[in-house]
Design a protein around this ligand. Structure first.
Ligand code: ADP
Ligand code: GLC
Length: 512
């Protein structure tokens, strides 16, 4: 297939700025598509932390002091390029100190909407100033949610975007970018304001993500199960109607993992490399993990690990009861890395105080420790209430660290319940979001642990899984090609699903 010009717009790109899986996915998918030969540009804000991190930034000559007009506000942005050394992916960073020279990646500031409206608006200007006509504008999450509308409306006069198609990927529907309607002038929509969701406007709000759902040529979310779930009242978080209205334009593509960054054979952060063949060496990482966290050796039971944002989505309220029972009655250890909502931080702090030497809660962010937990734990806990995809369960599988997950979203698509009879399956999966179901799952884990042959089989099954982006990025490629009318008969879900993604027959012909 001929190379496409792909513009990614996102709020996070690893390792430059990361709070969760979005950053990993944008960086790894972008790098993979580049490797396939596409011309990929990734655009994100130049946050203070990136500027201060010491990464090399090179001014993009044609993109300095570009005026950006949003309603009555007139600002300026400049663009700097930085190359991610591990993959060679070039990221373009939008500099606008007034908006991005702040402490966090995200803020609670009153102009948060402006920070990302400017990013989306700048995306168009950057194309114009470099005379670069994107085949696909790929908007990630609410931060880029206005882009499909901007491309359709604000740039409709410009031939540069005549053939451009837009794709919105919803990584997490729990964050939609909802603002008061009174801020409408900040969005620079001018006479396109009537294209916003009119009932929302009448109710006094504007929803960035919903706007993206309405105007993107196609919408994806990050697993097949989640793509079905978000159509339901239970999981749609208010967007289910807008999504249902898009019919076959909504697809699910399961995330991949960066198998250079997250590989027990190559990991830069762990003391001992290992593979499926040398899995016995994993124990060296386990010892290192326990030692580094000041935990006692655990000769008889498994080490449980958690690495997560501590957010409602992740379902941690299920854990304290069953974990306390298990910690009280078994020789197990628990290593938790995370930060977020106070009530979860408090619950893990209490567990640590109650079980000194058995539980360590590292309250914060540490990429190095995240890798060591993946490599050194025996079991990884993800009891998510909902999970669009989830990366940590896939990292765990690669490291032979058995995931315990709730059957929801991407967790359902990537972990299969281990069956002792057939020896098939890769983890422990429970259905109901209640303590009892989790308790039973933990009992099953301990049973499997004490059956060494079963555990060996389970680890081997886990480590045999292939979640590489080489495979998953092809599904995006097929979808892009369909949107551009350049062939690719199968939809992202592998099914031929009509042409309601906005590709006309004339366009199909023009491209062939
Ligand atoms: P989400 O994007 O919802 O947070 P994912 O499982 O998709 O969940 O991705 C989470 C990513 O963030 C993983 O790469 C994980 O290792 C990383 N991560 C989460 N919390 C921390 C933390 N406290 N320290 C280091 N890495 C973290
Ligand atoms: C989101 C989701 C997570 C997903 C990640 C990357 O933050 O919560 O499930 O893996 O984005 O797509």
């Amino acid at each position: 297939m001929s190379p496409l010009r792909l513009l990614f717009v996102a709020s996070e790109v690893a390792p430059l700025a990361k709070t969760g899986g979005l950053a990993d996915v944008v960086a790894a998918l972008g790098a993979q598509l580049s490797e396939f030969g596409h011309d990929v540009r990734v655009l994100m804000p130049l946050y203070r932390r990136v500027r201060e991190s010491g990464v090399e930034l090179t001014a993009v000559e044609s993109c300095q002091a570009i005026p950006v007009q949003l309603g009555p506000r007139q600002g300026q942005v400049s663009v700097f390029a930085s190359t991610i050394k591990e993959t060679g992916l070039e990221v373009w960073l939008v500099d606008c100190p007034e908006l991005y020279d702040r402490d966090g990646i995200y803020t609670q500031d009153d102009d948060e909407h402006l920070r990302f409206a400017v990013l989306a608006r700048a995306a168009l200007s950057v194309c114009q100033h470099t005379s670069w006509s994107p085949d696909i504008v790929h908007a990630h999450d609410w931060h880029a949610g206005l882009l499909p509308l901007y491309v359709k409306q604000l740039a409709s006069w410009d031939d540069l975007f005549k053939r451009t198609k837009t794709l919105l990927t919803i990584h997490n529907i729990g964050y939609q970018g909802i603002i008061e309607a009174s801020k409408i002038n900040d969005l620079g929509l001018d006479d396109a304001a009537h294209m916003l969701h009119q009932e929302d406007l009448a109710d006094g709000r504007i929803n960035f993500l919903k706007t993206g759902v309405m105007y993107a040529d196609a919408v994806t979310t990050v697993s097949e199960t989640y793509a079905r779930e978000v159509l339901s009242d239970e999981h749609g978080m208010g967007l289910q109607t807008a999504l249902r209205e898009r019919g076959d334009a909504v697809h699910g593509i399961v995330n991949g993992i960066d198998d250079q960054e997250w590989s027990p054979e190559l990991d830069r952060y762990i003391p001992q490399h290992y593979s499926k063949k040398t899995v016995a060496d994993k124990v060296i990482n386990r010892v290192a993990l326990l030692e580094s966290l000041g935990l006692k050796p655990a000769p008889h039971g498994p080490v449980f690990g958690i690495v997560s944002r501590l957010a409602w989505q992740k379902g941690f309220e299920l854990l304290p009861g069953p974990l306390a029972d298990m910690l009280g009655s078994h020789d197990v250890r628990l290593a938790v890395l995370g930060s977020g909502e106070e009530k979860y931080e408090k619950a893990f702090t209490e567990l640590q105080q109650r079980f000194p030497g058995k539980v360590c809660f590292y309250n914060g962010y540490s990429n190095k420790l995240a890798h060591l937990i993946e490599a050194g734990s025996d079991v990884f806990l993800m009891p998510s209430r909902y999970e669009p995809c989830g990366l940590n369960q896939m990292y765990s599988l690669a490291y032979g660290t058995i995931p315990v997950v709730r059957r929801t979203g991407g967790l359902a698509d990537t972990v299969q319940l281990f069956d002792r009879g057939s020896g098939k399956g890769t983890g422990v999966v429970f259905d109901h979001f209640d303590e009892e179901a989790l308790r039973r799952a933990l009992v099953y884990v301990l049973e499997l642990w004490s059956d060494r042959a079963a555990w060996k089989q389970l680890m081997s099954n886990a480590m045999s899984q292939d979640f590489s982006w080489t495979k998953q990025a092809r599904l995006y490629e097929t979808l892009y090609a369909r949107l551009c009318g350049c062939g690719g008969a199968a939809g992202a879900n592998g099914a031929s699903d009509g042409s309601s993604d906005g590709t006309s027959e004339a366009e199909e012909e023009a491209c062939t």
